[in-house]
Design a protein around this ligand. Structure first.
Ligand code: ZN
Length: 138
């Protein structure tokens, strides 16, 4: 009878997951850094002397898009940080809400996933409700 090894225990966890998470995190941080830097630069450059309203409006809507994208990146980076922490504690692959094992296929596609499909769906619905202010019921 062989003792169970680490490799056996972490069967469902892809062996390169730590590497994948870290390289994705590096990618995201540099993206986020670039966006913040670009914005700081454009804020400095655009001393609004003769900025006409059309330009200003366009710039604002562009910034809004960048914000939304950047926010997604920041959120993903946060999720990756959490996933790495859990990987270290040996909790990687467990749903943070219900504690059940997350489908390995889901983890392949989304290595930073911390919830099973069910809980993820629930949490997104909840967030959508809160986001629109409809969640006040109950
Ligand atoms: Zn769950």
């Amino acid at each position: 009878m062989a003792e169970p090894t680490d490799t056996l225990r972490s069967d469902a966890v892809p062996s390169d997951i730590g590497h994948r998470l870290r390289s994705r995190a590096a990618e995201l941080s540099s993206q986020i850094g670039a966006v913040l830097q670009a914005r700081a630069a454009s804020d400095e450059l655009s001393a609004p002397e003769v900025e006409d309203l059309g330009d200003a409006g366009q710039r604002l809507s562009q910034e809004a898009v960048v914000d939304a994208e950047n926010e997604r990146d920041v959120e993903e980076l946060r999720a990756i940080g959490l996933a790495l922490e859990r990987l270290q504690r040996g909790e990687y692959g467990e749903c943070i809400d219900c504690g059940l094992e997350i489908d390995p296929q889901r983890l392949q596609v989304q290595p930073a996933a911390v919830r099973c499909v069910d809980c993820q769906g629930r949490s997104e619905r909840l967030r959508a409700l809160v986001g629109t202010g409809v969640g006040a019921a109950d």
